[in-house]
Design a protein around this ligand. Structure first.
Ligand code: SF4
Ligand code: SF4
Length: 82
């Protein structure tokens, strides 16, 4: 069986000190790649963390986050096969 065609991948970066731990991005991520960490940031919130793989770069978390600057999403285009 051949592998399905892979779409663009993404990467999410989290500034944990900006996160208020509301959990909105965790709830909305269709790939389920975000989770609330156990450690508290300087403001006393459990900041969200990225599982490290599986982000498609859809941007849903970025647009849903109420804290400007807490999340940055990057698209990573697959290299064309030579
Ligand atoms: S960009 Fe999309 S897939 Fe990536 S972490 Fe955010 S909601 Fe999830
Ligand atoms: S939506 Fe924003 S503030 Fe809420 S947990 Fe996610 S990164 Fe933190």
């Amino acid at each position: 069986m051949s592998e399905p065609t892979r779409g663009p991948k993404g990467r999410v970066e989290i500034k944990s000190e900006e996160c208020k731990g509301c959990g909105t991005c965790v709830e909305l991520c269709p790939q389920d790649v975000l989770l609330l960490g156990n450690d508290l940031n300087r403001m006393g919130y459990r900041a969200v963390t990225y599982k490290g793989d599986g982000c498609t770069g859809c941007g849903i978390c970025f647009y849903a986050c109420p804290e400007p600057g807490a999340l940055s999403v990057y698209k990573i285009k697959d290299k064309a096969l030579a």
